[in-house]
Ligand binder design. Structure first.
Ligand code: ADP
Ligand code: MG
Length: 241
């Protein structure tokens, strides 16, 4: 049992969480009844083949989407019953998202991209502080086109964490990056989790990344089919793939 789970405060809870899409005459079952508890401060890695339901699960936990049946909750809030406006507020206040593609505004500097978020939430960090946490203090006035892919992803991470979210949700954050750059981004994610205590869920199809986690969940065909706890978490520099 790792340190992060001693407190055992459940931050995210899924019960019977299911999502289906109707495509013409066919129902696609993207998620088939997932039960999951994610604890405060925990680092969870979600593995699984393409199409296994990883993104669907993350999007439901983060209030980007609503389930067909079952519930997703954040602390005492049942997201499955929330209105669009409530979900928007929930995401803004509590969740940081990082995706494979960085979605930075090209005409704004790194600092200005982060300030888009810090300007609209209470108790946000200074953009420069958030950029410093991901090792980008020396690039605050650069535009996205002047940054490498890994640097752009770290700006996207600074934007996600600057509001001090309770939860950081990362969907294939290194999917577009080379090996070394991917490790730098993973290192930044691990540091945020440890320094800020941010509950973190990272989707990847790279099984080597599982060594960084407190807990590793494997998905197949819309279900969680295996869960393991790591006795020790590895630093990204110790991972090999
Ligand atoms: P993963 O992230 O593991 O690759 P997804 O959660 O994206 O998997 O998708 C799970 C299944 O749901 C796949 O079969 C996918 O094609 C289907 N799916 C996901 N989103 C949609 C959508 N908006 N419309 C129709 N089918 C979808
Ligand atoms: Mg996906």
């Amino acid at each position: 049992m790792t340190e992060a789970r001693h407190g055992r405060e459940r931050v995210l809870v899924a019960r019977g969480l299911s999502k289906s899409y109707r495509i013409g005459e066919v129902d696609v079952h993207a998620l088939r009844g997932v039960d999951l508890d994610v604890y405060r401060g925990e680092f969870v890695v979600l593995l699984g083949a393409s199409g296994s339901g990883k993104s669907t699960l993350l999007n439901l936990l983060g209030g980007l989407d609503t389930p067909t049946s079952g519930t997703a909750s954040f602390l005492d809030h049942d997201l499955s019953r929330a209105s669009e406006a409530e979900l928007t507020r929930f995401r803004r206040e509590h969740i940081g998202f990082v995706f494979q593609f960085y979605n930075l505004i090209p005409s704004l500097t790194a600092r200005e991209n982060v300030a888009l978020v810090t300007d609209i939430v209470a108790r946000a960090m200074d953009p420069a502080e958030a950029l410093g946490l991901v090792g980008m203090a020396h690039r605050v006035d650069h535009f996205p086109a002047q940054l490498s892919g890994g640097e752009q992803q770290r700006v996207a991470m600074a934007r996600a964490i600057a509001k001090r979210p309770d939860v950081l949700l990362c969907d294939e954050p290194t999917g577009a990056l080379d090996y070394e750059t991917g490790k730098i981004v993973l290192d930044a994610i691990a540091r945020i989790n440890q320094q800020l205590g941010t509950t973190t869920v990272v989707i990847t199809h790279n099984a080597a990344i599982a060594g960084m986690a407190d807990r590793v969940l494997r998905m197949a065909d819309g279900r969680i089919v295996a869960a393991e706890e790591n006795a020790h978490r590895l630093a990204p520099s110790e991972l090999r793939w």
